[in-house]
Design a protein around this ligand. Structure first.
Ligand code: ADP
Ligand code: ZN
Length: 191
């Protein structure tokens, strides 16, 4: 296989929750930094799981990021001299993110994106399938299924300890919600 040498392409890191997407994003960006290249990192503003201005992995590693609400905010904030653009939690952006990623890659930037390939129901998640089709490089990571210990490809949503139903609302006020990594066979969706 020939390596791409002209600058500007799209690489996606995907898989279920806990598979190490943020960890891998942070690893690649640290190496960009070691190589002395310039990078900017973005994430959607709504994900305030940890710190609004950091990409943080479940094992505690973190890197600075800019929280934005709309995909076009990224275009407005990317500087001309930025060589690498990282975007985490890409599944939460609207479909406009697809054109933003294409534009940045066409401008000659290395665009590293990370996000869930499926939602808790097991369905392809928002703009991610489209971005997978458009990426020059795809890394699909597996977590470990918390039920059987096999490689996990799905994200299990539990509401008050029970598998969530297909049409349960995304936000359940007052309910105790948990997400786990599970394999195809242990993943459950209530009818
Ligand atoms: P993602 O961004 O894909 O949700 P992170 O990079 O935030 O993943 O976290 C990956 C880390 O999560 C692993 O290195 C491991 O320490 C931890 N972890 C917790 N539960 C699991 C699991 N079920 N399978 C794999 N890793 C897990
Ligand atoms: Zn399993």
């Amino acid at each position: 296989m020939y390596k791409i040498s002209k600058s500007g392409w799209l690489e996606i890191i995907t898989g279920p929750m806990y598979c190490g997407k943020s960890e891998e994003m942070i690893r690649r960006l640290r190496r960009v930094n070691i190589a002395g290249h310039t990078a900017q990192v973005f994430k959607p503003g709504l994900d305030d799981r940890y710190d609004k201005s950091n990409v943080v992995s479940h094992n505690g590693a973190s890197i600075e990021a800019i929280a934005v609400d709309r995909p076009k905010d990224i275009l407005e904030r990317v500087q001309d001299n930025t060589e690498v653009v990282g975007i985490d939690e890409i599944q939460f952006f609207s479909k406009d993110i697809v054109n933003v990623c294409e534009k940045l890659a066409n401008q000659g930037k290395r665009v590293i994106i990370a996000g869930l390939d499926r939602d808790f129901r097991g369905e392809p998640f928002g703009p991610v399938p489209d971005l997978m089709a458009r990426s020059e490089y795809i890394e699909k990571l597996h977590a470990i299924c918390v039920v059987c210990g096999e490689p996990a490809t799905r994200t299990q949503r539990l509401i008050n300890g029970e598998p969530a139903a297909f049409d349960d609302p995304v936000i359940m006020v007052g309910a105790k919600e948990v997400y786990e990594a599970r394999c195809r066979h242990c993943h459950e969706v209530k009818e």
